[in-house]
Design a protein around this ligand. Sequence first.
Ligand SMILES: *Cc1c(COP(=O)(O)O)cnc(C)c1O
Length: 341
Amino acid sequence: MEKKAIDWSNLGFSYMETEKRFVSNYKDGKWDAGLLTDNANVVINECAGVLQYAQTCFEGLKAYTTEDGHIVMFRPDLNAKRMADSAKRLMMPAFPEERFLEAVHKVVEANKAFVPPYGSGATLYIRPYMFGSNPVIGVKPADEYQFRVFTTPVGPYFKGGAKPITIRVCDYDRAAPHGTGHVKAGLNYAMSLYAIMEAHSQGYDENMYLDAATRTKVEETGGANFIFITKDQKLVTPKSSTILPSITRRSLMYVAEHYLGMEVEEREVYFDEVKEFAECGLCGTAAVISPVGKVVDHGKEICFPSGMDEMGPVTKKLYDTLTGIQMGHIEAPEGWIHRVC
Ligand SMILES: *Cc1c(COP(=O)(O)O)cnc(C)c1O
């Protein structure tokens, strides 16, 4: 198979149209068989539910080439399950989990010329999503939906090594108790745009959101969960019903415990404790872990001992182990690696 002539190591995180995408429509109470298509455009009615009332959810995962030349995906079954949970909360019919797996598999296979080669640091980003597609003007769930999966090659998240970032404690809230913070809804991102642009304009890379009810506990950022490392090398991660359950974070918890013999605590984390931690990282599919060097709370700085030059040592071990599992250098737990071809 000929790879596309793409400068893999200089790709950024932006959309590039690839050859095939999967589309399935839900109508009269059922999903159709679906198909792969060349058409990258969606045509929907002006009054479609997604356009009026934001009835949409999405997923994000990656396919990449392992050292021995296979194209694989990392734990896509968890994306399938999470998307079904998101759909349910948004009154959308879930796309069956086994069909989700089949769809992402097929789309990656059909676009394998766009899967970056091993060693480039780049990956093929996979975006499954669904939305209410028929006209809805009175507020209610749509009757018809479209499920789609497209792919786009994306560059290495960190060019020239992972530099620790600076984040601020945010005055806006991401998710209310009993709201939609735990599902991957587009609406959670729409309302975070104001806060992230403001953070950027003030020179911060990300927002640390606190719990909306008491503003005393750490939640997450706009699109990544927190992990903290204590001075005695425990992994601590916030527990909250309004955090999006990151697959990367859940995998890191497993890796910490079962591969690195660390103690792992998923519990409420008070902001007051943050200054006591030795290391801090943000986890998500895009970067795996972004190290955080500094948290600024209205002018008060918390500087982690790991500093602003490189990832903390424990974070680095976690990062190397998880990416080693993904790339096939380290044996993966049963079922974590889905081989496409
Ligand atoms: C997608 C997402 C994450 C990261 O989840 P992964 O499964 O690790 O990619 C974290 N927080 C939010 C709000 C998200 O939408």
